[in-house]
Write a protein that binds this ligand. Structure first.
Ligand SMILES: *Cc1c(COP(=O)(O)O)cnc(C)c1O
Length: 369
């Protein structure tokens, strides 16, 4: 028998109401703005692969049928492209879902999970949802600091969440540093390497983590289709040791990846030409945007992702908030990042040529005003 309660209505578990809800990038401009360039969510300016669009259309007629709950064909397509064993992959409704499932599966109330000062905000939400304690460690020059992370590990630590490269800074840890981090961790601490932007990185000393996962029992790599043109389809995946796959498969929803996502995902990952075009576009325009904005006297955090973090001058008139208003009025929607510890910066996704040139031109006049 339940005890009678003096509470007048259902109450969330302790800690739930302390969570600050995630605020997604805006997609609207003030009334009267004709053309919107959404540069607030790191989407692919080239759009989805045309083959993914076609595959999604073809599924429409069969939407009465449940999807394959193991997303086998999608896992096989991912495995083929990345040279992995499909058994070590689990797919999810965006990689956000996997991050949440990892927290739910490996954290108990009172446990600690380490995140970094300017790390991706979703980690904190899932840590708190599990009743665990987020331990935020200082970064050095807006980059994760391996020594600081290792120093924060206690007997209560269960997970380290590391986005590599990180969002919203765009900085990355060279692979030797990731290895050093792993080598310093107790073997019961799970290292989550979030490679949401891995495809975009063009650095010889970068690796997303495949080898580390393959050679250890306590490392997983999460990836997403969102930054390469399928944000709306919600497809993420994780490469992990079998014992972790086994645990996650018990906890996840039985049909967590929908039929449209499965078919669009298979077509998209096989369309290597579209991926290459997207990455090449980013390489060209990331460099151009970074150079042009630096010439305007703005400080940028050096980025290897498909976005840049732009720091604004200290004077009120030219603050990030003022720049955001100015750009929004002209249809350029960037991302405020105060919640990430950057009250005077904006994050700009690399856009189409038109959008990139437009932002640079608008900021040129803004800074002179
Ligand atoms: C965008 C992003 C994700 C997840 O995106 P999904 O759309 O849920 O796959 C994960 N980590 C980082 C760092 C991101 O920027």
């Amino acid at each position: 028998m339940n005890q009678p309660s003096d509470q007048a209505r259902p109450t969330p578990r302790a800690g739930i109401m302390d969570i600050e809800a995630y605020v997604p990038g805006r997609s609207t401009a003030p009334a009267g703005v004709a053309t919107i360039h959404k540069l607030s969510s790191n989407e692919n300016p080239l759009g989805p692969s045309p083959k993914a669009i076609e595959a999604a259309r073809d599924v429409a007629a069969k939407l009465d049928i449940y999807p394959d709950g193991t997303a086998r064909r999608l896992r096989e397509a991912i495995a083929e492209v990345h040279g992995l064993n499909p058994a070590n992959i689990v797919c999810s409704n965006g990689s956000d879902e996997i991050l949440g499932l990892l927290a739910q599966t490996y954290l108990a109330p009172g446990d600690e999970a380490v995140i970094t000062e300017h790390g991706f905000m979703v980690y904190k939400i899932y840590i708190q949802s599990a009743g665990a304690v987020p331990v935020s460690v200082k970064e050095t020059n807006e980059r994760a600091d391996v020594d600081a992370i290792l120093a924060a590990v206690t007997p209560r630590t269960r997970i380290i969440f590391l986005a590599n490269p990180n969002n919203p800074t765009g900085t990355y840890l060279p692979f030797q540093e990731v290895r050093r981090l792993h080598a310093g961790l107790p073997r019961n601490v799970l290292l989550v390497l979030d490679g949401a932007y891995a495809e975009y990185v063009r650095r010889n000393d970068y690796e997303a983590g495949v080898e580390l996962v393959a050679g250890a029992e306590n490392v997983v790599m999460t990836r997403t289709f969102s930054k390469l043109g399928l944000g709306g389809a919600r497809i993420g995946w994780m490469y992990a040791p079998m014992h972790i796959i086994d645990a996650i498969n018990r906890v996840r929803g039985p049909f967590n990846v929908n039929a449209t996502a499965i078919e669009a995902g298979i077509a998209a990952i096989r369309d290597r030409a579209h991926v290459e075009r997207s990455v090449a576009h980013n390489e060209t325009w990331l460099r151009w945007v970074s150079e042009e904005l630096t010439k305007l006297g703005l400080r940028l955090t050096p980025s290897v992702g498909n976005f840049v973090l732009i720091h604004f001058p200290e004077d009120q008139k030219h603050s990030a908030a003022a720049a955001d208003d100015y750009l929004s009025a002209r249809g350029y929607i960037l991302r405020r990042v105060s919640g990430y510890g950057f009250p005077n910066a904006l994050r700009m996704s690399i856009g189409t040529e038109e959008a990139n040139r437009g932002v640079v031109a608008a900021l040129t006049t803004f800074l002179k005003s």
